[in-house]
Design a protein around this ligand. Sequence first.
Ligand code: PEP
Length: 249
Amino acid sequence: MRRKLAAGNWKMNGLLGDLAQLDQLAKAPLPPQIDTLICPPATLIHPAIAQTRGSALAIGAQDCHAQSAGAFTGDISALQLRDLGASAAILGHSERREGHGESDQLVAAKAHAAQAAGLCAIICLGETLAQRQAGDTLQVIGAQFAGSVPATLDPALLVLAYEPVWAIGSGLIPTLPQIAEVHSALRTALEARFGAEAAHTVRLLYGGSVKPDNAAEVFGVADVDGALVGGASLNAQDFSAIVQALAAA
Ligand code: PEP
């Protein structure tokens, strides 16, 4: 049985004063049957870990470099993140694929680096609106999977997040059958990649405009093992409501 996962992505939001949101989250009784993770900006990872120590709230990163050390000005390695106590890294988010030109190959290399450092690699995949309207969604997701999720990854430290680009931050979400179709295709792809047994340990998150008022219906979809939440994770009350909906699903 896969443990469900509610993961928050703060993106480039949050100052030290905003860590109070974590206090609220960590002090509320987090449901023990699911995993809860917040990925703040890199500047807040260390204080966030210090602040939530002893709670069930895990802290992760939003990216990592593919190398463990070296002359890469401004970058942060998976080893450095692990050294701080981070437990996961979001990789291949569409904002990095688009805004930083990250290729599937680079995402795969980062995933290897993350896992080598002991981090769970949360690899994001998703189609644009034009690709969905052209009927290419499964083909696009299949190609991203083929390039970003090599068989050499460890399925025990792997999470996939289906994040339609057009649903991120827009208030729009796919229909429930559309989510089900992509998650089922991803499960099948995982089976082909890692074998049935290992494939069934990998959690599949849905991400894109998950809010307290739509979380329960999304979590009712087959093969949805949780959510990657952007905007709604910035507010402890909203994120808590999503966490509770996941625990009840
Ligand atoms: C995201 O950026 O990963 C995301 C899902 O954002 P939002 O929830 O704001 O759509």
